[in-house]
Design a protein around this ligand. Structure first.
Ligand SMILES: [Zn+2]
Length: 210
């Protein structure tokens, strides 16, 4: 058996809590022994204080980062700026869904050679059909529109880093190939972002707010 199995999250919480409550390494190991004797120890029985010392180091480092992070999260000025930033990014995502891409769905009835997607609009009861290549073309056109509304620089320097964090495959393929190969996947992700109005990752505007 592994003599030093990795701690589970539950065990980490137990040790961290004791450290934060001011217990020394020996006290904590005694608590392991005590729980063990009572048949209540839910983790491996630790006897080596190096295990506790390592947790202490981790906790110290994590608390420093966390404290800073929580402070920024709670800062009303930063929080307002972040909301406005996300709002603007969501507007870019929304612009990319112009020309009815909000309502496009896979055409489940399509057989070989038929359009693979349907756009649901109220003036065509069954929706109007689109080929995958047409989705690509509409997305490219919408990016042009986003360039006009938000500046190409904003699109590439601010919106794209966030989009890449949401859809990591764009890092490998690049945005243009991704749009060509998987336009519908992009559309699905954009819809989520428009709804959610929060974005993973950072860009030059928000990198200091995280
Ligand atoms: Zn950003």
């Amino acid at each position: 058996m592994d003599k030093n199995p990795k701690p589970t999250p539950e065990e980490l919480r137990f040790v961290y809590q004791m450290i934060l409550n001011g217990y020394g390494d020996t006290d904590i190991l005694n608590e392991y022994a005590h729980l063990y004797d009572m048949g209540q120890l839910k983790f491996p029985y630790r006897v080596d204080d190096r295990f506790i010392k390592d947790r202490r180091k981790e906790l110290q480092a994590a608390s420093e980062v966390l404290e800073e992070h929580v402070k920024k999260k709670a800062d009303p000025v930063i929080s307002k700026r972040r909301d406005e930033h996300f709002e603007r990014l969501a507007k870019v995502a929304d612009t990319l869904l112009d020309n009815n891409l909000h309502t496009v769905v896979p055409n489940t009835e399509s057989s070989a050679g038929e359009p693979q997607y349907l756009v649901e609009v109220d003036w065509v009861s069954s929706g109007y059909p689109l080929e995958k290549s047409q989705l690509t073309m509409i997305l490219q056109k919408n990016i042009g529109k986003a360039y006009n509304l938000f500046e190409p620089m904003y699109f590439h320097k601010n919106f794209l880093p966030h989009l890449r964090a949401e859809i990591p495959i764009i890092n490998i393929k690049g945005i243009w190939d991704f749009i060509e190969e998987q336009p519908y996947e992009l559309i699905e992700n954009l819809r989520i972002l428009v709804e959610r109005k929060t974005f993973k990752g950072t860009c030059p505007i928000c990198e200091d707010w995280q």
